[in-house]
Design a binder for this molecule. Structure first.
Ligand SMILES: Cc1cc2nc3c(=O)[nH]c(=O)nc-3n(C[C@H](O)[C@H](O)[C@H](O)COP(=O)(O)OP(=O)(O)OC[C@H]3O[C@@H](n4cnc5c(N)ncnc54)[C@H](O)[C@@H]3O)c2cc1C
Length: 339
């Protein structure tokens, strides 16, 4: 088929790769100036792949998509033949002494919501030291086995490169004004395809009631600091996580603000996130802040993901704060619905 994809973010790149590899003629349209321009939320994401921890703000469908995607990522990475850091050694929930109340509530909530076998496992201080010796602030820890992380910048680069190698063509600096079954509208002109995909994330209004939810993250360079797993601090005021990534980097995130403001990171977020991160990993004191970014998570009114297929047109949206966690399974479902 001749396929048109609106949006070259995380979903657009995954679609382009899978469809081009299946032998379709794929064209991807995006207003970004080139493949490395960091407009898509996919670039900014910290890369936590945490289906249980995300149950805090998701449901059993997102959980199931997450588990399937965790199994799909290694196969996708194998197809890419390029370096894309991915691991699945679990993640940790952490709490400081004095925050036992909020920690107990969060852990109980996740234990109730997680299917049997996926509940958080309490760690003794000695077990925590063995798993993550650099974690020195928090007194309490729980392991979420099987959760993982992915290097999202490498992932965005590798997906585009592999899709290009498979024959996908990219139309940068091109805004899709609207989609209809079998057609994209570009600069007032209708361009016909056999099938079109809407993967515009927060840009899919007004056809979808999507909104952007602002998130801010920091990238720290911390040579010598050994952290293996995503760390999430259960704190009464802030939601803070730290995700290690090659080489010697830690991504600290993330605010969640009901605003479509893409301006630079605020002072309040800087103080909250970095103070909390330092309280977990004291060695971060000498880390260098190499980047701070703000971007918009695409969310539908129920904060749940959507794959909507009609003849000639598929819309994929609402990946919200767990796009990397669930995108491979969503794309698999979308492609399974093609004729
Ligand atoms: C701060 C932050 C931290 C995050 N952390 C994580 C995490 O740890 N784990 C996780 O799983 N997820 C995380 N996410 C969520 C994840 O990044 C998103 O869910 C995911 O990127 C959504 O993918 P998408 O392809 O729908 O949208 P995007 O990746 O935003 O891509 C949308 C693309 O559509 C293009 N576009 C927009 N309008 C148009 C138009 N009119 N025509 C053509 N193209 C258009 C845009 O330029 C963009 O390239 C995080 C997000 C943020 C912001």
């Amino acid at each position: 088929m001749r396929i048109g994809i609106a949006g070259a973010g995380l979903v657009g790149r995954l679609l382009a790769l899978q469809l081009a590899r299946a032998g379709h003629a794929v064209e991807v349209f995006d207003p970004a100036p080139h493949a490395e321009a960091r407009g898509a939320a996919g670039w900014t994401a910290a890369g936590m792949l945490c289906p249980v921890a995300e149950l805090q703000c998701s449901d059993e469908h997102v959980f199931a998509l997450g588990l399937r995607s965790l199994d799909l990522w290694p196969a996708i990475a194998g197809q890419l033949g390029l370096e894309m850091e991915f691991n699945r050694t679990g993640s940790l929930l952490l709490a400081h002494r004095g925050d036992e109340g909020v920690a107990a509530r969060s852990v109980e909530f996740l234990t109730r919501k997680a299917p049997p076998g996926y509940e958080p496992q309490a760690l003794t201080p000695a077990q925590l030291r063995e798993l993550e010796p650099a974690v020195r602030g928090p007194a309490h820890a729980w392991l979420l086995p099987g959760e993982g992380r992915i290097h999202t910048v490498q992932g965005m680069q590798a997906l585009a490169a592999a899709a290009t190698a498979a024959g996908a063509r990219w139309r940068w600096r091109t805004t899709v004004e609207r989609l209809e079954p079998g057609a994209l509208w570009l600069a007032g002109e209708r361009q016909a395809f056999d099938w079109v995909f809407d993967a515009r994330g927060a840009g899919a209004r007004p056809e979808l009631p999507v909104r952007g939810v602002r998130g801010e993250v920091f990238t720290l360079h911390a040579p010598g600091l050994k952290v293996q797993r995503p760390l999430r601090l259960l704190h009464p005021r802030y939601f803070v996580y730290m995700v290690p990534r090659a080489v010697d980097q830690i991504v600290v995130g993330a605010s969640e603000i009901e605003s479509e403001d893409r301006s630079p990171v605020s002072l309040r977020t800087t103080v909250e996130l970095l103070t909390a991160a330092h309280s977990v990993l004291p060695e971060l004191g000498e880390a260098r802040v190499v980047a701070s970014e703000a971007n918009l998570r695409p969310a539908l009114p129920d904060n749940l993901p959507l794959v909507d297929t009609q003849a000639g047109l598929t819309r994929i949206n609402g990946l919200f704060r767990h796009g990397w966690l669930i995108a491979p399974a969503m794309v698999q479902d979308a492609l399974a619905a093609l004729p």
